[in-house]
Write a protein that binds this ligand. Structure first.
Ligand code: ADP
Ligand code: MG
Length: 247
């Protein structure tokens, strides 16, 4: 990654409370275009909350988030607009159950982005084909497996042509045999240069997809490291303890 690569996201000293609970305590992080950042850490350390803050789903109580220089923590931020550039994929897919696959995918491009319907449909079909699900475009989510639903959710995010996609434990609800088909789609995106922030508990995947690892504990970043370095010789005792669980 060259030194002068464009900074897409810049988080500085982010503070988040739920009541008295200090859930994010001074998170600072830069995300450059084309970079894959994997966020690791024990359950409850604040990984989901961090991603949700970056998608405007949680208000923050201090610090700043800038997207291409624009302050997202100021007043009057149009998150509907920002979410067209910063997409998110959730553990539980969040597909609309009463809409078909293609309707789910085209909702954003047609309603939010007001794109030409032929052009959007063409892109949607190309993306569906790429994940092997073009034949399922008129199915409803209930007719699909978890792995298929998650691949549709990824296509839905991609069809907005976002700058960044946030993935929050997108394989955590899947049966083991479906995990691979979803991880392979994300690996493909990494190879195409998509900028991504990925929260996962799949350590082999984290090591192969990540340009760097961000390890969090108790609302703080403990270390940011190259994956090889992190998995062979983490800098902190806390990270070593965390990795021991997966041995
Ligand atoms: P992770 O994704 O790393 O498992 P989370 O970001 O989900 O962690 O949660 C961080 C902490 O914030 C946890 O202690 C969790 O219980 C708490 N928390 C998360 N969401 C809420 C909420 N909506 N209200 C109150 N506490 C919450
Ligand atoms: Mg979580």
């Amino acid at each position: 990654m060259s030194e002068n690569t464009e900074i897409l996201l810049e988080v500085e000293n982010l503070q988040k409370f739920f009541g008295d609970r200090h859930v994010l305590n001074g998170i600072s992080l830069q995300v450059k275009r084309g970079e894959v950042t994997v966020i690791l850490g024990p359950s409850g350390c604040g990984k989901s909350t961090l991603l949700r803050c970056l998608n405007g789903l949680e208000p923050v109580q201090g610090g700043t988030i800038h997207y291409l220089g624009q302050n997202l923590t100021g007043e009057h931020v149009n998150w509907r607009e920002i979410r067209q550039h910063i997409g998110m994929v959730f553990q539980n897919y969040e597909l609309f159950p009463h809409m078909t696959v293609i309707e789910n995918i085209l909702l954003g491009p047609l309603k939010a982005q007001k794109r030409d319907s032929k052009e959007a449909l063409q892109q949607a079909e190309t993306l569906l084909d790429r994940v092997g699900l073009l034949a399922r475009k008129n199915d409803y989510p209930r007719q699909l497996s978890g792995g298929q639903k998650q691949r549709i959710a990824i296509v839905r995010a991609l069809c907005m042509n976002p700058d960044i996609i946030l993935f929050d434990e997108v394989t955590a609800s899947l049966d083991p045999e479906m995990v691979r088909e979803v991880l392979d789609v994300i690996l493909g995106l990494a190879n195409q240069g998509m900028t991504m922030l990925i929260v996962t508990h799949e350590m082999g995947f984290a090591r192969s997809v990540g340009d760097r690892i961000v390890f969090m504990d108790q609302g703080k970043i403990c270390e940011i490291a190259d994956p090889e370095q992190f998995f062979t010789e983490p800098a902190t005792e806390r990270a070593q303890q965390f990795l021991n669980i997966f041995e």
